[in-house]
Design a protein around this ligand. Structure first.
Ligand SMILES: Cc1cc2nc3c(=O)[nH]c(=O)nc-3n(C[C@H](O)[C@H](O)[C@H](O)COP(=O)(O)OP(=O)(O)OC[C@H]3O[C@@H](n4cnc5c(N)ncnc54)[C@H](O)[C@@H]3O)c2cc1C
Ligand code: FES
Ligand code: FES
Length: 1279
């Protein structure tokens, strides 16, 4: 590519997508945190004649830095038009794609690794994917695809008995009854294209020649706003720096880039010295290593890894410490982009390397001409013969690719004196504005013996010196204080252990129980099995039903050819719309000044509530929702106005110039407790009552009261809210291309806003890059305003939210407060239960009441409570309005019930599993709303899970482990599941489909369901294939549109395939019936006619007055057993093994695991969401997949009303993630018991490292200073 007008402000991602129209590379976050934009960068070095390939995040690469480099995107490695690459083929065929939005990034990360290592280990592969997030698959199928590139399967080589875990015998899952065979394999490896490194693209020869022949000279690029200088010698670099002292020296742009993007920092001049050879120097000297500041962190990692292989361990302690942190620092893309110099100089408060470099006596050599520049870093070798130890510690919200909450580097030097400290250095990250050295404390400890008294003094000194205010940014203050000394204790143990080994006479021995404190929790070993049922021998071989068929868009996902909303090419004269949102949680708008914004170049209009006037709201439920704020705002992130400009960049720049003056209003209600205090609820209260609760309380042995709080969850669909509205210019027709789960609603809201009948507004959805409930009602407001703008100007308007905007504006899963009063017998039988559910609904109603209702209807989970009263309230608060989210109230309601069970078990002195079993539904039974159920499968799942997990043996092993280890504890929990499937109302249980049979025999099918990763289109094609008895290749599906299928319901609630499948089936059967006479006359003839329309619905409803009804069509059952290990000193946890016997998919399970453990939303006391991107909000990454993950899908149900006895699966799995929560609870309880704390333990969700650590109370948690309530304004409030 030759680009004549390079704008230094342009990043590679928009350049690829908008300029070159290469839309395979996706936007997911814009800040290097999600990996959706991964590309391969290849650079040729004419001096060494070597080509370096590395993965990189296109969203952070300025195109100016790419002069002479080759960029390979997903389109470059294979396509359906030519030949697909083995990586693309395998990720698709191994079912590693669902919505497919993350897939191109995954493909490029694996591809780049294979370019460098054609036969990688599984560790290398999972490491390469550490920076790629996927919200759908749960990673297991992606790991399966990776394994096919490994020499060894990478599975369970390390298993004690040496038998492969894929062997049916060892995973112990029994065959299903009815003689059908089960299979752990979902793909045929032998059919895969071979990986042939000789067939890969070569580095472009013209770039090689250019690099060799072109004289090395300074390059300058410029635009009206910015200059970019790329010097080639150190001298020039210094001169530029002298001339432009404020200009940043950009290497990886991973520090400067996010500041520019998210904090609005602007640099008129950039200096980019990445071609200066000296900056990449590597010098091995007799006393250490000199590294050029320009080396990437990945290169530094490789260099250090090489050195530690060659030198004795005791000499390379600092290198080992650096390597430890380089293994988890960011993802592979960032490590390959970020430079050593950039890392050091950017002085991030949570830098992982700086604390180690600081204690390791490393020297930074600086060159200067007026303003200095870093050039080399010298990392010395350790002189172990004189007893020197270096260690590094860190704890983050997620094990990998997450900034540390606290990290530390520590070094002690004893010299010849027996255990007398000669030098001591301790540095911390995450506890101040930059790396903090505990200098004074270390100074005071010199001359002290390495013993417990020294440790005690050290802890007190360090806590005093590294003091952290109660309002410190990032919050978690008490946790951080605890980590500061917990790390110190770990270091103490580590050094003591080595000293003891070296000189058992002089040094005290370490209790065996303490040793595990030093062991690593994390294992990269991944083993998984999936057992499902093969179809019976009677099934026709071409019948696709029941076969694990690849997602029909799988290959297109993997090649980047699958088109998402923002991949659509621009329409002539298209405008971009961006929203201006409220910065106050509850305030009166005093004035809005648009003048400056309107005067900005490219700006066409700013739409306000005044423009929308009488169409500024829409009522779907009982309360109308306002689109743009009129005179008041009720949450931070509320839409105030919308800027319309020729381009996205211009719209965003102008949006920053809109000036809004507010006057704060009282009260400010953020939490559920505050809402209760102010009586701030949405009407009406919902109640479910069964039996006689008050009477039952009189006869029970014991009564307990408790409560649990559960935080919300961000949908984090990988594709943000996106739409393109195109006025057709004729008859007021409007086409809306949108990423939504509910096209009919979009059609209605747009039609109402434009005062048009629905037949003028057509809504089209090709596919959605993940939704999980967040693209139903939320999308409507954006679509309404965008359509209004398009209509007003008669031009197409595109609106695509940035990740931060999306997270700020759209709300998510409702936080819950559950209060319970349980009356039970001493044998664990719960006879009376009185519950209260409070949800934090935010500032508008949305689906909150439905969520409360579903929570109530599903709160019984697998249990029969003979006397039950459960009431629910949706609290109105000054937060963004919360909405539907996979599971729809059940993950919250279920957790409250299970917590109550845990507490009952503790009070009775019984195991939670026993109490669960005692209270479980027994075969034919009745729910609290008087719907009949047959719980046979529930009991079967529970028993099977118990047997297959060898629960009793495992429990005994966990107890033994816990008795032998003081600082590490294991926990085990098994949770049952009864998930009612259905949307709770008859109206919602409808579906329609349209099937065309063309004269050439090809079939086009459309239905009302949305393809958002669940593979519904694939399933519908399977249905057509079976019903019409034709191969899948004959059937096509173009997408969903209100034009072909009207009035379709929202896609959600795990019923999309069931409902639409029945409609497709009916349509096919109707066609067949009509064609039967013709077909029978000429059985070998061709299809001749088309037919349409069928609808079929569930019969379900509930009467809330009576609290009775038949709200659900059927129930799915399951059970999950999780085993975890926790580190009591840091709060870290690892899921060791996970076993599901269920009708659910692991993607939902992993999402649930995230919900209950690491996904934490943080709001400021003023109601501002802090967590607005993948850097602050952690969804599970590949490192979080359980070490062992076994899933057994039960045989098809006997439910005659569902499609081919299918089961709705998507939603239920989320709840089973709470088995991890309770396993951690179990481990924490074990730790507390050992520390003499026997009282009831109430833990809130998510069970983050902070909560785990602080619950494992010990001498360190007692030692830290605590802030008096009200003595400081905390950084965040628990919502
Ligand atoms: C998604 C993401 C995840 C991350 N995760 C982690 C993590 O887990 N742990 C962690 O420690 N860090 C993490 N980081 C931070 C990362 O380590 C730093 O951003 C990176 O090391 C900075 O290097 P750079 O080359 O990209 O710096 P740039 O952004 O290019 O520059 C940063 C600063 O350094 C200066 N500078 C650069 N080179 C020189 C030089 N040679 N001489 C003088 N000044 C120079 C520049 O002037 C600028 O001010 C993460 C960053 C991102 C984006
Ligand atoms: S879009 Fe680049 S990493 Fe997320
Ligand atoms: S398939 Fe990975 S995000 Fe959807």
């Amino acid at each position: 590519v030759i680009e004549k007008n390079v704008d230094p402000e342009t990043m590679l991602l928009p350049y690829l997508r908008k300029k070159l129209r290469l839309t395979g590379t996706k936007y997911g976050c814009g800040g290097g945190g999600c990996g959706a934009c991964t590309v391969m960068i290849s650079r040729y070095n004419p001096i060494t004649n070597r080509i370096r390939h590395h993965p990189a995040n296109a969203c952070l690469i300025p195109i100016c830095s790419l002069y002479g480099t080759a960029v390979t995107t997903v389109e470059g490695i294979g396509s359906t038009h030519t030949r697909i690459h083995p990586v693309q083929e395998r990720i698709a065929k191994c079912h590693g794609t669902q919505c497919g939005f993350c897939t191109p990034g995954m493909v490029m990360s694996i591809y780049t690794l294979l370019r460098n290592h054609p036969e990688p280990t599984l560790d290398q592969l999972t490491d390469a994917l550490g920076g790629n997030l996927c919200r759908c698959t749960g990673y297991r199928p992606i790991i399966d695809a990776c394994k096919t590139f490994c020499e060894t399967s990478g599975c369970c080589q390390s298993k004690e008995n040496g038998v492969c875990c894929l062997d049916q015998g060892i995973n112990g899952l029994p065959e299903f009854e009815e003689g059908s065979k089960t299979s752990p394999k979902l793909f045929a490896e032998e059919e895969f294209l071979p990986l042939d490194p000789t067939q890969e693209l070569i580095f472009p020869p013209e770039l090689m020649i250019m690099a060799e022949k072109q004289p090395q000279r300074t390059r300058v690029f410029g635009s009206e706003r910015m200059m970019w200088f790329s010097p080639v010698t150190l001298k020039e670099l210094l001169e530029f720096k002298f001339k432009y002292p404020q200009a940043p020296v950009i290497m990886g742009n991973t520090s400067v880039g996010p500041q520019v993007k998210f904090k609005g920092v602007f640099h008129p001049v950039i200096i980019s010295p990445d071609r200066i050879e000296e900056l990449s120097v590597v010098n091995h000297t007799h006393n250490g290593l000199t590294l050029g500041a320009g080396l990437s962190l990945a290169q530094v990692k490789d260099i250090l890894a090489d050195v530690v292989q060659k030198l004795p361990e005791e000499k390379t302690q600092t290198y080992h410490a650096l390597l430890k942190h380089l293994g988890t620092l960011a993802g592979s893309q960032i490590r390959n982009m970020a430079s050593l110099g950039g890392h050091i100089i950017s002085r991030h408060p949570d830098s992982d390397l700086n604390p180690i470099l600081a204690v390791g006596n490393c020297t930074l050599n600086l060159l200067s001409k007026g303003k200095w520049c870093s050039v080399f870093l010298h990392v010395p070798l350790n002189c172990f013969f004189q007893l020197e130890f270096v260690s590094a510690f860190r704890q983050a919200q997620r094990q990998e690719n997450a900034l540390a909450i606290v990290n530390s580097g520590m070094r002690v030097f004893f010299g010849e004196g027996h255990g007398i400290i000669r030098e001591l250095s301790i540095s911390y990250g995450g506890v101040g504005p930059a790396t903090i050295c505990a200098k004074n404390s270390c100074q005071k400890l010199i001359g002290r013996h390495w013993n417990e008294e020294m440790l005690d003094t050290a802890c007190r000194l360090v806590l005093e010196e590294v003091s952290l205010s109660g309002s410190a940014p990032g919050g978690k203050v008490e946790f951080k204080r605890t980590l500061i000394i917990s790390f110190l204790f770990k270091f103490y143990l580590e050094v003591s252990q080595i000293l003891k080994k070296m000189d058992p006479v002089h040094y005290p021995s370490l209790a065996d129980k303490y040793e595990s404190a030093l062991e690593d929790l994390h294992s990269k070993h991944h083993c998984s099995t999936l057992k499902y049922q093969h179809m019976g021998p009677k099934q026709h071989p071409e019948d696709p039903i029941g076969h694990p068929i690849m997602h029909l868009s799988g290959v297109k996902h993997a090649t980047g050819e699958a088109i998402y909303c923002d991949d659509m090419p621009p329409v002539d004269q298209e405008l971009f719309l961006t929203f201006v949102t409220s910065s106050r949680a509850h305030a009166k708008i005093m004035s809005i000044d648009l003048s400056e914004a309107l005067s900005m170049p490219g700006v066409v209009d700013v739409i306000t509530a005044e423009h929308l006037s009488d169409v500024n709201s829409f009522c779907f439920f009982t309360e109308a929702e306002e689109f743009l704020a009129t005179d008041k705002v009720f949450c931070v992130g509320q839409l105030v106005c919308a800027v319309l400009a020729d381009s996205e960049v211009q719209a965003k720049r102008a949006a920053k110039q809109v000036k809004i003056v507010y006057q704060d209003l009282e009260p400010l209600i953020l939490t559920i407790e505050e809402a209760i205090q102010h009586n701030s609820f949405f009407e009406p209260e919902r109640k479910l009552e069964y039996g006689n609760v008050d009477e039952a309380f009189k006869v029970v042995d014991q009564i307990l009261e408790g409560e649990i709080h559960m935080g919300g969850q961000e949908h984090f669909y990988m594709e943000t809210q996106s739409m393109l509205v195109v006025p057709k210019g004729e008859d007021q027709e409007m086409d809306v291309y949108v990423s939504t789960q509910f096209p009919k609603y979009i059609q209605d809201i747009v039609a109402s806003t434009l005062k048009l009948p629905a037949n003028k507004v057509m809504c089209h959805v090709k596919r959605v890059g993940g939704a999980f409930g967040g693209k139903a009602f939320k999308t409507g407001v954006f679509a309404a305003v965008t359509a209004f703008a398009a209509n007003k100007h008669g031009r197409a308007v595109r609106c695509v939210l940035e990740r931060g905007e999306d997270m700020l504006i759209t709300g998510g899963r409702h936080p819950y407060l559950g209060k319970y009063k349980a009356g039970f017998m001493n044998d664990g039988r719960i006879l009376a239960l009185d519950m209260e559910h409070y949800s934090n609904a935010g500032n508008s109603l949305d689906e909150s009441l439905l969520v409360i209702e579903m929570g109530l209807l599903k709160m019984d989970n697998a249990y029969k409570f003979p006397n039950l009263r459960c009431r629910g309230w949706a609290c109105r608060t000054n937060l963004p309005s919360n909405t539907a989210f996979r599971g729809f109230g059940f993950p919250q309601a279920g957790l409250i019930t299970e917590s109550c069970i845990m507490e009952v078990a503790a009070k009775c002195g019984l195991s939670p599993e026993k109490v669960r079993m005692i209270n479980m539904y027994k075969e034919i039974d009745q729910t609290p709303y008087k719907q009949e159920i047959n719980a046979k499968n529930l009991i079967q799942c529970w028993r099977e899970c118990m047997a297959v997990s060898s629960y009793s043996l495992r429990k005994a092993a966990v107890e033994k482990f816990n008795a032998e280890n003081y600082w590490k504890k294991k926990g085990l929990a098994m949770v049952p599941l009864k998930y009612p499937v259905g949307l709770g109302s008859r109206a919602a249980g409808q579906a329609a489909a349209l099937v065309h049979i063309y004269l050439d025999g090809s079939v086009l099918v459309t239905h009302g369901g949305i393809e958002m990763g669940q593979g519904v289109h694939t399933k519908m094609i399977q249905v057509v294939s079976r019903e019409l008895g034709m191969p899948i290749s004959n059937v096509h599906l173009r997408g969903t549109s209100t034009e072909t299928v009207p009035n379709a319901n929202v896609s959600g609630g795990s019923v999309v395939a069931d409902l639409n499948g029945l409609a497709v089936k009916d349509a096919c059967q109707t066609l067949l019936k009509r064609l039967k006479p013709i077909i029978s006359k000429n059985p070998k003839g061709t299809w001749k006619d088309w037919n349409s329309v069928s609808s079929r619905g569930y019969e379900s409803d509930i009467n809330w007055e009576k609290g009775e009804g038949h709200p659900f069509e059927y129930f799915v059952y399951g059970a999950a057993c999780s085993e975890v290990e926790i580190d009591c000193l840091t709060g870290d946890h690892k899921v060791i093994e996970m076993l599901l016997t269920v009708d659910c998919i692991e993607g939902a399970f992993i999402q649930g695991m995230g919900l209950y453990t690491i996904e934490e939303l943080n709001y400021s006391p003023q109601g501002v969401l802090h967590t607005r991107g993948p850097d602050q909000y952690k969804i599970p990454a590949i490192c979080d997949t359980p070490t062992e993950f076994h899933i057994s899908l039960l045989p098809p149900s006997e439910n005659s009303n569902t499609l081919y006895s299918s089961k709705g699966l998507g939603e239920s799995g989320v709840f089973l993630g709470c088995s991890v929560f309770f396993a951690i609870h179990d481990a924490v309880s074990a730790a507390r018991r050992e520390r003499g704390l026997h009282g009831p333990l109430s833990l809130n969700s998510p069970l983050t490292p902070e909560k785990i650590r602080m619950a494992c109370e010990d001498k360190f948690t007692k030692m830290i200073p605590r802030d008096e309530p009200g003595s400081c304004v905390p950084w965040n409030v628990p919502i």
